[in-house]
Every structure is written in structure tokens, then in C-alpha cells.
Design a binder for this molecule. Sequence first.
Ligand SMILES: [Cu+2]
Length: 283
Amino acid sequence: MWNRILIIINTFLLFISLAGNVNAEEVVGVSKPWQMGFREAASPVMERIISFHDFLMIISVGISVFVMALLAYVMIRFRASNNPVPSKRTHNTVIEVLWTVIPIIILVIMAIPSFRLLYYMDRTSEAEMTLKAIGHQWYWSYEYPDHGNFTFDSVLIEEEDLKPGQERLLSTDNEVVLPINTNIRILVTADDVIHNWALPSFGIKQDAVPGRLNETWVNITKPGVYYGMCSELCGVRHAFMPITVRAVSKEKFAIWVEGAKTQFAKEKIENNSTKKIAKLERK
Ligand SMILES: [Cu+2]
């Protein structure tokens, strides 16, 4: 008996001491004023997206410079004053083959890493846990099927209720807490219209379609707070259904799960609502 009480007190104290730390992560995944380019990558997928973007940038800058230089050369070298009698030439087989074959080669060079990345982003074969995100008009709800199947809604904090450190139009009342260095399968769906679960730091932009379960994944590399938002025009409050993810160490995540299991217990919510309905019926 006493042992059980001691265990309960100990767990409670441990929870309190670590619960304070749960809010210790700094905001990493947010855009800054006058930011150019991408947010800092916080997943292997986003790292690859950025390097693929940089690679494409080199090719497109190269093509632009080449075309502009060619145009400038033609305009100066063959201008009317310098070249009064224009050439009547209409064909040059070599150059025609070249300007067909070289662009094809460039496209193939771009397509191969593009498809490789597309399949890498698609799903993870070794998922360690699952998070389910469900889009609603106009908020997100989440389920943790591998951790007791609890569920909660995540609703925007209105501007007048913001506390210091919270971001306008980005912070939510309940945060999605996820462990770092873990392969997390993310299942995305919706219950009314099409939404989109988008989180730039993770390289995720996944449509949430009613009646369909779309899959993506993330392995968060850094602890921190990451912001995202619904990215599919879904109705009048489309701009007001943000996503707040708090990435913590595996130990902190385990502690959060213990608290969340009771706080967001599905059975508890469902029992409560049936009790309420029963009461109403009796009246
Ligand atoms: Cu939406």
C-alpha cells in the first residue's frame, strides 16, 4: 500500500519537474521578416529538398546566363549597321540536333534526382510511431494510435489571448508533441473538405482528403517549436488553422505521453458525452 503511494508521489514529482522543462524548446521553425529562401531544415527530407533546389538553381542560372550572352552576341555582332547583307541560311542540321539533344540531356539530369527524392519523401519503411492529423473546418485534431490512442483538438489562439513568446496566427492551444530522432509516420485525412497539413521545416505538404488516408513521414533532427499551416483553400477561416509542433527528446516525449493519456483519453471524452446525453434524455 505504502509502496504504491510512494510510487505515485514519485511519478507525480518527476512529472512536475520535467513538465516545466517541456516548454524549454526555442522556436526554430518560423519564418523571419525579410527572410530569403527556405527555413532551416529540421528533417532529412527538407535537407534533400534544399540541396535539390540548390542543384536546380545552378542549372537554371547557367541556362539563363548562356541564353542572355548568346542574345547579346547576336544583337551586337549581326546588327544592321555591322551586317548590311543578311545571310539567307535556313537550316543547319548539326545545330538543330544539338538544341534538341542537349535540353533532353538536361531534363534527364534533373528528372533522376527529382524522382529519387519524390519516392524518399513518400513514406518510411521503418516507422517507429504514428501520428494521425485530421483536418476540420477550421482546426486540426490529432491522434496517437501507438500511445494509448488519445486524441485532442488543436485550435488557433486568438490575437487578444496571445501570451509572450506565442506567434500571431501560428500558435495553437494544444501543441503536437513529437520525439526527435524518431521515424514518425504521419497519416493525414479530413472530415469535411480538403485541407493540407504543411510544415516547411520538415519538408511536408500533404493533402488532407475526406475518406482518404494520405501518408508521409518525418524524422525531426533538432528539438524546438515548429510552425505550419493549412495549405489548401478550405473555407472562410482557412488562414486560421495553424499547426504547432513541439519536438522534444524521447524521454520528455514519454513523460508528455503519460500526462496526455489521461488529459486527452478518448474513452473519458466519449463516456462523458454519453453520460451527458443520458442525462439529457432523462430530463
Ligand atoms: Cu484547412
